[in-house]
Design a protein around this ligand. Sequence first.
Ligand SMILES: [Fe+2]
Length: 284
Amino acid sequence: MGKTYKSFEIREMTAALGAEVVGLDITSKLSKSALIEINQAWLEHQVLFFRDQPLTPEQHVNFTKNFGELQGPGYMPTLDGFPNVYVQEYPDLYKGIVSDVDWHIDASFMKKPLKGAVLHALKVPATGGDTAWVNLYKAYDLLSKPMQKLCSNLTAVHDNFYKNLANVLDNYGAQGYEIARKATPPSVHPLVCKHPETGKKCLFYSELMVSHFNELNDEENKVIKEFLVNHIKKPELYCRFKWENDSVAFWDNRCTAHKGIFDFGQQHRLMHRVAIQGATKPKK
Ligand SMILES: [Fe+2]
């Protein structure tokens, strides 16, 4: 059982992570005390969920900027007049550069990956299209001591094109790839990182972006990556969220990984995402 808060009620999603915030209207301006409590609950539960929040793009931006500087426009389409609001519209997005089928940490290829993000569902299919988040603190804690030690000695190359190269070349050609590659070069991060605010250790691993560990040979890389993917997707480490129209998820990108579940075929699904820039490089 976690802390209790004065501004809202908390309903934990799973024993691993995630909590629904009940009794708070995030479309309106929030008091300082409510914002402090949201930040505390966010650090505690890692992902917060809100239902029935018909955020306008402006309200979405205003809510998110309470928690840091916003990510500017990048390689994904943004909403006209709102350069911080990324539009994720399916089935169109299936053809794009971005793929979030695999477990990933948003923009982990950046030197300072995103701090967090607020995702708002505007139109979702009646079933399908859930998102799952994994607790990367727990992923570290559940490893045996010798495995923790090994992981603590590894640095991972996070490459935006590790799994997406063929898709990018097919859709944008070699020249498009060259431009995208220059805009998003890979970064190296320790596999075990300390969260800059909680000080807790987590397993900063992305199935989608980690091409290899610098310290291992090819054979070892293959085995360790397979082990880590199987490890982080254990049911006791994650929560799965069923979206409704006007549901909102707000996650800490420094201690969670997530994955979209693409089981809704060609149905229409429209999401808006506003993200918070990372303030620090991941550190041991
Ligand atoms: Fe993502």
